[in-house]
Design a binder for this molecule. Structure first.
Ligand SMILES: NC(=O)c1ccc[n+]([C@@H]2O[C@H](COP(=O)([O-])OP(=O)(O)OC[C@H]3O[C@@H](n4cnc5c(N)ncnc54)[C@H](OP(=O)(O)O)[C@@H]3O)[C@@H](O)[C@H]2O)c1
Length: 91
């Protein structure tokens, strides 16, 4: 998406690995507009705040890639388990 000139918003909880991923994407794409946001998707209050700010600052969201998650054998819910909350709020 960045390579095709799109504006890409990366939403990551770990600032260091997020920055590394962003640098990698920018180096590979050599074009586009890549922005990094820090957000833990398991904290609904923070997701809501991020989504509110996002819809106010961006005219549209054309594509949402929901990659954040994990593969575990046992079900475990900590603060909250709704990763698709962000999609509902931003689209
Ligand atoms: N690998 C497979 O075989 C496979 C098969 C089917 C489906 N999937 C699905 O594909 C997705 C990616 O899998 P993967 O194997 O690439 O997993 P991964 O290497 O563990 O990557 C998951 C990513 O999600 C991020 N993440 C997890 N919880 C988060 C949270 N609360 N807030 C923000 N970010 C969060 C992690 O961030 P951190 O870097 O901060 O930990 C990590 O970057 C998952 O949804 C998984 O269920 C994977």
């Amino acid at each position: 998406m960045a390579q095709r000139g799109g504006k890409v918003h990366m939403v990551c909880r770990n600032p260091q690995s997020g920055q590394e991923a962003k640098d990698e994407i920018q180096a590979a794409a050599q074009t586009g507009d890549v922005r990094l946001h820090h957000l833990d998707l398991s904290v609904p209050r923070d997701v809501l705040r991020f989504a509110r700010e996002f819809v106010l600052s961006e005219p549209s969201l054309d594509c949402l890639v929901n990659n954040a998650g994990c593969m575990i054998n046992t079900r475990e819910v900590k603060v909250w388990g709704g990763f698709f909350f962000l999609q509902k709020l931003c689209c």
